[in-house]
Design a protein around this ligand. Sequence first.
Ligand code: ZN
Length: 433
Amino acid sequence: METKCFEPKLECMPRKELEQLQLKKLKATIAKVYDSIPFYRKRLDSLRLKPSDIRSLKDVQKLPFTTKDDLRANYPFGLSTLPAKDLAIIHTTTGTTGVPVPIPNSILDIQSWSRQIARCLTAAGITKGDVFQITPAFGLFTGGFGFYYGAKLLGVAVVPTGTGSTRRQIQLMLDFGVTSVVAISSYWLRLAEVALEMGVDPAKDTYVRKGIAGSEMWTYEMRERITKIWDADIHNVYGISELCGPGVGVDCHVHRGIHLFEDNYLVEVIDPKTGEVLEPEEEGELVFTTLERDAMPLLRYRSRDLTFMFDTYDCDCGRTFCRVEWIKGRSDDMLKISGVNVWPSEVENVLLHHKELGPEYQLVVSKIGPLDHLKVVIETKERLSEDEVKKKSQEIVRELQEVLLITPEVELVKQGALPRDETRKAKRVVDMR
Ligand SMILES: [Zn+2]
């Protein structure tokens, strides 16, 4: 058994060789989808494209995009190369917006996913000898199992608490000598809060010094806060349920941007409106063509995640895989309010400076007459008096005004008031226009 998964032969491959490898895998993927998925065969036929027309990596731009709606329209297994009985495990997306999307995995997919997660754990310094607590759900959602597979590949001891009660998570963390944790970023803060309520100082009283966060949009500021409270080195693992789950990329010890596993994915950044491929440093939507996926290969899958690619492949860690900046938002989360672009992450940054507020909040946009109206609903962590609520709300309105350039209405609600999905996330944006 390996104790770490750093594969310099692949992860640090000279770019030219990597591109050759990608092209070889791309050709195989296209041949496979053309032969075994009628949906793709029809699409390529309608564009008069044959697999043999793809001769360079750039030719990928001739291929049509695949969207989440395509996955829904082909429910349940229209995009699977294998029938259910030949699969290893079938996950789904969280299904907060409409029909859940099935994520079929063959045994080969599980092997490849395990390796990707093992690489993430390795980048985060988690290895055999660590006790690793997995707080994402074990179930249809991809989180829990993904981290479990990766940890098993490395011989890391696992505490699979899943979404158990937070007090219990803390108690087991102490009793079992947990040294590393994976949790979504807002849950890292919640864990710290509950620990403090229990008289446990996360930095001094626990052994947790390594961690992984991800699965939701978060910021460098938030990482700084988590790092400080826990005195732990926190890494950002990027994932997309439709591609596998967590483990599409990770930030290395340099902590600047996220390396994407380009031996498994061909990555493009496009203008979400025109579909045109953008240059490095230009912000747009990440698009992935899978290069190893067995049960559900996807061509040019639109992630809806917005970011930009760094214009250099040099990184002090030695990896040559491209780096993208932390996800700024989702193309469907960016709001245009009275002509101004508004991002949930901008609101989040303001909230981080108020310890009695957040981390859960929601942006509700409506029309009052002909005008757009933005209401920001924020959960409070402490019980506030009526006066305090009034004062705090006014303060937040002023701060948001400065950042967003529009005047929002602010409503403070008590903790837990915003509905959560099974990953513990509150929906960030509700657009009622
Ligand atoms: Zn690096």
